[in-house]
Design a protein around this ligand. Sequence first.
Ligand code: GAL
Length: 844
Amino acid sequence: MAVSLYGLFCLLLLTTTSFCFAANVTYDHRALVIDGKRRVLVSGSIHYPRSTPDMWPDLIQKSKDGGLDVIETYVFWNLHEPVRGKYDFEGRNDLVKFVKLVKEAGLFVHLRIGPYVCAEWNYGGFPLWLHFIPGIKLRTDNEPFKAEMKRFTAKIVDLMKQENLYASQGGPIILSQIENEYGNIDSAYGGGAKPYITWAATMATSLNTGVPWVMCQQKDAPNPIIDTCNGFYCDQYTPNSNNKPKMWTENWSGWFSSFGDPLPYRPTEDVAFAVARFYQLGGTFQNYYMYHGGTNFGRSSGGPFITTTYDYDAPIDEYGLLRQPKWGHLKDVHKAIKLCEEAMVETDPKTTSLGSNLEASVYKTESGKCAAFLANVGTQSDATVKFNGNSYSLPAWSVSILPDCKNVVLNTAKINSMSTVTKFVHQSSEDGATETDAFSGWSWIYEPVGISSNNAFTKPGLLEQINTTADQSDYLWYSLSIEMKGDEPFLEDGSQAVLHVDSLGHALNVFINGKVAGGGNGRNSNPKVSLDVPVSLVPGKNNIDLLSSTVGLQNYGAFFDLKGAGVTGPVQLKGLKNGSTADLSSQQWTYQIGLKGEGLGLSTGSSSLWVSQPALPKNQPLVWYKTTFDAPSGSSPVALDFTGLGKGEAWVNGQSIGRYWPTNIASSNGCTNSCNYRGSYSSNKCLKNCGKPTQLLYHVPRSWLKPSGNLLVLFEQAGGDPTKLSFATREVQSICSRVSESHPIPVETWTADEETRKRTGPTLSLGCPHPHQVISKINFASFGTPHGSCGSFSHGRCSSERALSIIEKACVGSRSCSVGVSVNTFGDPCAGTAKTLAVEASCA
Ligand code: GAL
């Protein structure tokens, strides 16, 4: 009965939805098999809580337009079950809505339940209450842990089933993941590891989702679970059984950033190379981690020290704009690979050497289909290879794709897609108003130094922070009162004693007798803080107040959950009489979890304590600030520029936009503006932003704003000047393209007909990012030997005089334009020289 009702329902919906009748998802040696058909699939990660429900449809559409078949997301346990047994699936946590939107767009879903997810997410996605269950040991063969993990996994699976979201029910979910990269660290768990993984596999399978499960980075994943690869390259991966397909669950499209470190980026040509190599060598499922990275709102970032931005240098940027040429070039790669799909799914590739570092892989089927990939995996020299009697030029570190085993539809190092230069436009420079005009005036409340709450408690010795706060707040006060008898030499001669403090991290502010005495912080690679602070003490009673703050809890590594934080000591007073040292570590310390202002709910702006006199405190630690503002005009994404502020958290209309820390400056070494894409990428190979604040601008989602009267609250921990804050909008400044005579023709004009192809030839295309815009101005055009990249083109030795007028005629006034890159269009400014067309344009 249920089935036929479902069938009826389906018939009714058939006209409006793209999925309806249940799909049968299985797998074999070659691929995932959907309704009996092997598929070559391209997937991308978008984590729903890292954007807003208002942004989801656009992000999903841009993913579809970019050639994705599948959207992947983790499921974030700590968001959905903040208190044991109390669930939250609202707003940004509305997983069902997200999955349904993906379905509406006609895409599939890969649901990585974990429930440990890593993901640069606080505590790897585990809720903190888990840690406090008696006898629990996380991620090992431990009954209390397994019971909780099973309960949550089943909860999510049931929720998806209730909503008919599995492919087996007519929904979009074709795949699920259990655990995450446990194989990277399982040896540390000794004898508990293997039984745990076996249990996890059985538990997941027993939930009867009707679709396959994967475990990533788990070479011993038990049947029927598919073991999959994560990394910058996965072409050499082989699954643990010949009955499982070669799948790549995380192709890192860039890398995450940490406060105090420069920003990693990954060149487009290298991502494209890695993708093409994977499909060349038998892969049939690949997922970009991330396709849209987004924002770590609130206190969701992991770490420690993961930034609030999770941009990741992904094909769609943090603000939801296309990152070009990455998005466009990968779209072309996807199309090229899809042209090979029919041959690829029928057979294994046969790979042969064409010379040193040169490889041809051919998918040739009995029915006569043929697709080939030619690779130059050398990092230095371009090469010319002979293949099937024809010759092909292969730039170093590139793959050419030949959907008919003869003609090249794409080379990963030759980008046909346009580029964009995006920038933040400050409101002031737009409308001529001064920056402070955006805000209606400030009021403030001082956060008291030291203990101010009734809930404070006293204990002998120094407490580890996470066990004490249970992460209810970033903040823990450690307070101590000491008596100076008056006969200490430094009290008489004016010299200072030194307070030594050792902390596991992550950041520390030291106050002596209510005044700032020093502070410091760790970094992602070493969160510890060790301070020697010169202190001025007075005869009699002295107050030592240490404010320890966490900046995102550890998310990766064996036993990451047990990595502590806070002032675990020793805390010593050095330079006492006779050069002696007093160890204060085991004194009676008084503790306060969190800030007074947090207890009062100041982030919502309420309270009668706000002061608004002219004398706004500036550059003083521990101040809550409040103001109201009008939304920046237009519809472009909005950012708050935190120039002038120190470290803290900010709320817009009660919603936390995350931790801010503009004074945390990226180290000055290791950056390069022009990273060579040739050669193996690693997360510190290509860095930018050295010597600058790691993150100055913070995303304020449009959907959180009203036209006017928006509330902004800051908690400033270190000291800053809020009147220096300003708004900026994220805009596309210009669009560019650079295509040479030797580029393949646009992938969308691919046709097996040689004549048509010859007539087409390499083509430069430009298009404005917004539908209502047209190309308003050509800022640069050169056909010849132009130098530079988008935003900094210059003419080379050879340059056609007609280029600018030809491009202006073809493009200005249109939303998009295409021009043949050939002497037929431009004449020949330098016969015998290989020529390139470079264009930069503006849209309005
Ligand atoms: C992987 C992990 C992801 C993410 C990534 C780095 O090891 O599975 O969750 O943390 O590294 O961004």
